[in-house]
Design a protein around this ligand. Structure first.
Ligand code: HEC
Ligand code: HEC
Ligand code: HEC
Ligand code: HEC
Length: 161
């Protein structure tokens, strides 16, 4: 820029402006490289993700998937206080245990107070109406002695009361 140019005194502004333009161009180029093609196809996420999730193998089958082989447990659960608790929530996804009506692998059984306390440990944040206990106090009140599987001395996990 020549010294007699009217912009001579504004050359720092011109430089900053040029830098800004370069930054915007770089941003647009980078964005087109980094953002996946299907972004925004349906909304503020990668459209291809829907097909990818659908292609995953289904692992959970709900309580109904246990019925044909464990009708007794199915009936017991449905008729008691854990009717709304899912078998697979306490055990494991059905696909790890039985596939197409065939036994595949042993199902985990967690005979431990920890399992119950995941849901029933007293927490101030839980709604008061939800049954919850302070484990040591509760066991003592009921005349038991606390231990790692103590809940099963008095409660059946499939029909807890
Ligand atoms: C195709 C039949 C079949 C289906 C479906 C099935 N099971 Fe089983 N399950 C078996 C057989 C057979 C056994 C006994 C062999 C064994 O001890 O693992 C068994 C055993 C179990 C055991 C005891 C494991 C042990 O170590 O004592 C649990 C718990 C169990 N199943 C839970 C489930 C749950 C929960 C479902 C549904 C999500 C389910 N099963 C679906 C056939 C099935
Ligand atoms: C609240 C957690 C919980 C839920 C819900 C639950 N189970 Fe269990 N289940 C257990 C525990 C813990 C044991 C081990 C009990 C024991 O050893 O006394 C067990 C044991 C079993 C057994 C082994 C046989 C027995 O009775 O000891 C089978 C089979 C079984 N469950 C199937 C099921 C099925 C099918 C469902 C759903 C219809 C289900 N369970 C729901 C926690 C649960
Ligand atoms: C996944 C969460 C979950 C786990 C794990 C669980 N429970 Fe529950 N439990 C519930 C829900 C949900 C209810 C029903 C609450 C309601 O009616 O408002 C319930 C109800 C109960 C009740 C009251 C039943 C009634 O008829 O009023 C008892 C007792 C109980 N559970 C004991 C246990 C014991 C013992 C274990 C461990 C073997 C256990 N729970 C594991 C969720 C759970
Ligand atoms: C010595 C026996 C005994 C032991 C051990 C025991 N309970 Fe209980 N529990 C009971 C009895 C009896 C009731 C019913 C009392 C009542 O309704 O006031 C009960 C009620 C409950 C309730 C329902 C509380 C409510 O407000 O409705 C829950 C949840 C529960 N127990 C969870 C557990 C858990 C988790 C363990 C293991 C840490 C456990 N219990 C160990 C005897 C026992």
């Amino acid at each position: 820029m020549r010294q007699d140019s009217p912009l001579w005194h504004a050359k720092h502004v011109v430089r900053a402006f040029l830098l800004l333009i370069i930054a915007v161009i770089a941003l647009v180029l980078l964005r087109s490289l980094l953002v996946p093609d299907s972004w925004g196809q349906f909304g503020w996420y990668r459209g291809d993700n829907i097909a990818e999730q659908r292609a995953k193998e289904q692992r959970h089958g709900g309580n109904i998937s246990c019925l044909e082989c464990h009708d007794q447990e199915y009936e017991t659960i449905a008729g008691a206080g854990h009717a709304n608790v899912k078998c697979e929530g306490c055990h494991a996804p059905v696909a790890l245990h039985a596939v197409d009506g065939e036994w595949v692998k042993e199902m985990p059984v967690r005979r431990e107070a920890e399992l119950c306390l995941n849901c029933h440990q007293w927490l101030d944040a839980r709604p008061r109406a939800f049954p919850q206990v302070r484990p040591r106090e509760h066991v003592e009140e009921q005349g038991g002695e606390f231990g790692p599987a103590v809940c099963f001395d008095c409660h059946d996990p499939h029909a807890p009361l």
